[in-house]
Write a protein that binds this ligand. Structure first.
Ligand code: SF4
Length: 322
């Protein structure tokens, strides 16, 4: 099958899903949360290449397996935060099956979303949200709404948000590119609408810009177990220092947001600043000033604060005393 044939097949059915690695979609179908009328198998499409771009960046095909992306020499050398983020996710077996496109499309692991006896606006729009008055230890503190407070589960997407990636897609109206930070939506009143994809659109690739100073980037994940656990807080960061000042910085958070959370406000507070622990604390406090916590997740504010200061402090060589 060709890409064009897959897109054409998708147009034939209103409620259709593309099937890649199936590591999330098949689970959701088994639980009867996803019940598409049709699946279009895209595992045979020529979308698994990882190739250099003419601008010096990298293009990662949507069908590339997570394991292949994490192990790719150019990604390990030039964008280590991305390789590290992927290796922090799921298990080796799942990473061998899971694709880049599927990672972008995976759905929340909110326990109420999976429990058919619970009310969930994401599963059944307008029904209500049992998480709001429920057990919220794993839930979000930024980007939430009165309709949904579920976290986005991906590690890889946190690194892609930090790296200013773009998502190349195609559909009946042709190709287009979506900035990664705009690909996932905030829940608002429509938490069932999770991405900017239009009906029938297929992800072709994720494009990485040439960010030379990302060679010293880091992804750090804090979780309950050392493997096969979702983030309580994670941090993807890269920093460019010159003459004791922060010339440029990329910072994104996982485990705290309803989407992979690019910390634009913290970056603004750090750009051009003299590197110090106090400045790092000030920046992350500014980022989280609007955070809203729930019954069991207030700890995420201090955990995010400490993790960001630790990661950026290490990248900046600020040493102990943190
Ligand atoms: Fe559903 Fe979101 Fe509420 Fe979880 S937080 S129950 S996903 S609406």
């Amino acid at each position: 099958m060709s890409v064009q044939a897959a897109v054409a097949a998708a147009e034939q059915t209103h409620d259709m899903k593309f099937l890649g690695g199936g590591t999330n979609l098949v689970d959701l179908m088994r639980e009867q949360i996803e019940q598409p009328d049709a699946l279009v198998d895209i595992t045979g499409l020529p979308l698994s290449e990882i190739a250099a771009r003419t601008d010096g960046g990298l293009s990662i095909g949507a069908g590339a397996r997570n394991t292949a992306v994490a192990a790719h020499p150019a990604i390990r050398a030039r964008y280590p935060m991305l390789s590290e983020a992927i290796l922090c996710g799921a298990s080796a077996q799942i990473r061998n099956m899971a694709t880049v496109g599927g990672n972008l499309m995976q759905r929340t692991r909110c326990m109420y979303f999976y429990d058919q006896a619970s009310r969930c606006n994401k599963r059944q729009p307008g029904r209500g949200c049992d998480a709001l008055e429920g057990f919220t230890r794993m839930h979000a503190i930024v980007g939430t709404s009165d309709a949904c407070i579920a976290t986005h589960p991906s590690d890889m997407c946190v690194a892609l948000a930090a790296l200013d990636a773009t998502v190349r897609v195609t559909g009946a109206a042709g190709e287009r590119s979506i900035p990664f930070t705009e690909f996932h939506r905030l829940p608002g009143n429509t938490p069932h609408l999770e991405t900017d994809l239009r009906a029938g659109e297929l992800i072709l690739s994720v494009e990485l810009p040439p960010l030379d100073w990302a060679t010293t980037s880091v992804y750090r994940k804090v979780r309950d177990r050392s493997s096969y656990a979702f983030a309580l807080v994670s941090v993807a960061a890269a920093v460019l220092v010159g003459d004791g000042r922060i010339e440029d910085v990329r910072l994104a958070l996982g485990g705290v947001g309803t989407k992979p959370w690019r910390a634009f406000e913290a970056e603004r507070q750090l750009q051009g600043a003299r590197a110090s622990v106090d400045r790092l604390r000030f920046a992350i406090d500014a980022e989280l000033a609007g955070a809203r916590t729930f019954a069991h997740n207030h700890f995420k504010i201090e955990l995010a604060r400490r993790t960001v200061v630790s990661v950026l402090g290490d990248l900046l060589g600020l040493g102990g005393g943190r």
